[in-house]
Design a protein around this ligand. Structure first.
Ligand SMILES: NC(=O)c1ccc[n+]([C@@H]2O[C@H](COP(=O)([O-])OP(=O)(O)OC[C@H]3O[C@@H](n4cnc5c(N)ncnc54)[C@H](O)[C@@H]3O)[C@@H](O)[C@H]2O)c1
Length: 345
């Protein structure tokens, strides 16, 4: 049984309140939030005593014995929460994105390496039946070598204020991390370089540029074109986006739950089409992330979405931002991150 302190229990943290409560292998020994209402609501939902509530992680760490934290605070607090926990000898699970700057992400990876602790990022989009099925098909080799991918993410989303409406490049920093991580998970490829542009359509109610395009070069020479907007005007996809993955044997299309494989083994005719049902998963989303974390802890291994892997996904985010800021093509791993990644065992 692992003892958890959960930091940031309002908003999306409510998902973690339920996941931790339902787990037979986790026991929540501390709840932390800066808002009383969030603490009160979490206690009511899960039946916890108000005695386990604290206003800061430091207070919780000094008052209760725990093995790990989950942080579901806004991205700018993840570094503080995860690094404080690891330095105090605890493991950590953090909501995505790892943090809100590359410097903070590096600090988290460095702390994980130096303390030898786990720090798992909650990339739950890997663990939906649809995306897990897409990944299984592509990784089985049915498409052969991947040559190009187009991923379109168009939604109109109003969070009615909060950090996303204030941050620069909201769709890239807060959302695209799911898609960039999925690109790596599905294709098994890493990104090496990116160019891109971002802009804010006149009707956007986000301060930062809310529409973006990025072109990634992958480590096998394939290109991935990513187009995204959180202020789209009606032609919406689902949260996974619309995918077109092209390999030497055909194309896999994903759109609104439908997985369609076009077999095109020769130039350029489609021989047949196949529709795949999404394969059910025993555990989905955050419950799967918790399972990965607990499994890694019991085996002494590294979870699939630990910062040691996730640095490659989050680096795509901040490289895309650099490309958008400068108008230049940039390397995905800057020198400092490459040097740090070289220390991962
Ligand atoms: N994995 C997913 O699908 C998914 C979906 C939504 C949000 N998220 C992520 O979850 C995180 C939180 O997003 P949200 O929408 O719930 O934000 P939010 O602002 O709605 O809620 C954050 C909670 O953290 C608390 N908080 C803020 N600062 C704190 C601090 N310093 N210490 C303790 N508590 C603090 C707030 O009071 C609030 O209860 C973000 O990283 C976001 O990207 C993930």
């Amino acid at each position: 049984m692992k003892r958890f302190i959960h930091v940031g229990v309002g908003g999306f943290g409510r998902v973690w309140v339920n996941v931790l409560k339902q787990s037979k292998s986790a026991k929540v020994v501390g709840l932390v939030d800066v808002r009383d209402e969030a603490l009160e609501a979490a206690c009511q939902t899960a039946g916890y005593d108000r005695k386990i509530c604290f206003k800061s992680l430091e207070e919780a760490l000094s008052r209760v014995k725990a093995d790990a934290i989950v942080t579901s605070t806004p991205p700018s607090f993840h570094r503080h929460d995860a690094c404080s926990a690891m330095k105090a000898g605890l493991d950590a699970i953090t909501e995505k994105p790892m943090s809100d700057s590359m410097e903070s992400c590096r600090a988290m990876l460095k702390t994980a390496i130096e303390t030898g602790r786990s720090c798992v990022v909650s990339q739950n989009y890997r663990y939906s039946p649809a995306m897990a099925t897409v990944a299984q098909i592509v990784r089985s080799g049915k498409l052969g070598r991947i040559g190009q991918v187009k991923l379109d993410f168009y939604m109109g989303v109003d969070f009615h204020g909060g950090f996303r409406h204030e941050m620069p490049y909201p769709v890239i920093i807060d959302m695209a991390i799911h898609h960039f991580d999925l690109i790596r998970y599905i294709t098994g490829l890493n990104a090496v370089a990116v160019s891109g542009a971002a802009w804010n359509p006149p009707w956007s109610n986000y301060k930062g540029n809310c529409s973006s395009t990025a072109l990634f070069e992958m480590n096998n020479g394939a290109r991935v074109l990513y187009n995204a907007s959180w202020c789209a005007k009606g032609a919406f996809c689902d949260w996974n986006g619309n995918w077109q993955i092209e390999g030497e044997k055909g194309t896999l299309l994903y759109q609104k739950g439908e997985i369609r494989l076009l077999h095109a083994p020769t130039l350029y005719a489609v021989k047949r089409e196949e529709i795949f049902p999404a394969r059910p998963l025993k555990l989905q989303g955050q419950a799967h992330i918790l399972h990965d974390f607990l499994r890694a802890a019991s085996k002494g291994s590294v979870a699939p979405t630990d910062v040691r892997d996730n640095i490659q996904s989050v680096a795509m985010v901040f490289a895309a931002v650099r490309a958008m800021e400068t108008g230049r093509k940039v390397k995905v791993l800057d020198e400092q991150t490459r040097a740090l990644a070289g220390r991962i065992k």
